[in-house]
Structure formats: structure tokens, C-alpha cells
Design a protein around this ligand. Structure first.
Ligand code: FES
Ligand code: FES
Length: 174
């Protein structure tokens, strides 16, 4: 038996591969991702579910990993921003953020990109209310909200254009 015991082992399908974490299952997923699984793109902001910096995909839904216990991710699928940016939707959203220079310090952006890619994966043409609802869970301390919305509009337009031209539609999964 391991020093921490069998019940503290969790298997996570993370960014396309299975990995094992060995730590108490009530440990916040954020700490496991950063310190055991080397996912440094997942950021620590407030640590209390208020800023969204730590957002990751859990079975396709955006969750705040600081408030998600490791046990909730056991045998589940987790996606971080770097993985999501490698798919077609992710690269369009990412490039749109770059093109309008949406970020200032950039600390909030990884979590925002995760939420937006997961939104676009479900709906390529979300309306403004749906976009605001998603962004509402994210705090941008630099106040770049206007530029972020501009980037989202650009991404939406580009995805609509791609949808017209890519036969069979867009592939939302890497
Ligand atoms: S670090 Fe998780 S919501 Fe702020
Ligand atoms: S760009 Fe600095 S917190 Fe959002």
C-alpha cells in the first residue's frame, strides 16, 4: 500500500492521456494539476471560487478547479487551456484574442479562454447574453472587458466564416 493509502489515488484523463494523482481526494483539483501533473497553465487567483483564473474543462463543462475536489475528477476528463488551444475552435479564439490585444497582464485570460472554447464547442453562435453569462464568472483586474468582448465578437465571426467553408463543420475536440 502507498504511504497515503489506496483511496487517495485518482485517475484523470487529462489533455488526452490518463494520469494518476496520489493525494487526498478532497484536495482542490487546482493544486493537483499544478503541483502533481505539471499543468502550470492553470492559474491560482483567489483560491475561493471568485475569479475564474483556475478554470478548466471537466467533462466538457467549465469548472473552477480551486473549488473542485480531486475526487470529482477521478475517472473523468479534464482539459486545460493549452490543450484546448490546440483544437480548431481554440486556435481561432486564441488568435482573435491576440489580434485585438485583448489581454493586458494576461492573468485572467487562460481561464477565460477555457470557458469561451467550451461555450463555442456547444454553440458556434452564442448570443450576447450567453457570452456575458460565461464571462461573468471571470474577474479581469485590468479591466480589459471591452477588448475581451471585441475578441469574442471577432472569434464568433471567424468561426461563422469557417463553418461556411469547412466541409463537415468544425472539429471542437483536439
Ligand atoms: S482561483 Fe479559482 S476562482 Fe479564483
Ligand atoms: S488582463 Fe490582467 S487580469 Fe485580465
Amino acid at each position: 500500500m502507498s504511504p497515503v493509502g489506496f483511496h487517495n489515488l485518482a485517475q484523470i484523463h487529462i489533455n488526452g492521456e490518463w494520469k494518476t494523482a496520489e493525494v487526498a481526494k478532497q484536495t482542490p483539483l487546482l493544486y493537483v494539476l499544478r503541483h502533481q501533473l505539471d499543468c502550470k497553465s492553470v492559474r491560482f487567483g483567489c483560491g475561493s471560487g471568485h475569479c475564474g483564473a483556475c478554470t478548466v474543462g471537466l467533462n466538457g463543462q467549465a469548472v473552477q478547479s480551486c473549488e473542485t475536489p480531486l475526487g470529482a475528477a477521478d475517472l473523468q476528463t479534464v482539459e486545460t487551456v493549452d490543450y484546448l488551444m490546440s483544437n480548431e475552435i481554440g486556435s481561432v479564439v486564441h488568435q482573435s484574442f491576440i489580434d485585438v490585444q485583448a489581454a493586458q497582464c494576461g492573468y485572467c485570460v487562460n481561464g477565460i479562454l477555457v470557458s469561451l472554447v467550451l461555450l463555442f464547442r456547444q454553440n458556434l453562435s452564442p448570443d450576447r447574453d450567453q457570452i456575458i453569462r460565461v464571462l461573468d464568472r471571470h474577474l479581469c483586474r485590468c479591466g480589459t472587458h471591452t477588448r475581451i468582448l471585441k475578441a469574442v465578437d471577432l472569434a464568433k465571426q471567424r468561426l461563422a466564416d469557417l463553418k461556411l467553408h469547412v466541409q463537415g463543420g468544425l472539429n471542437g475536440t483536439p
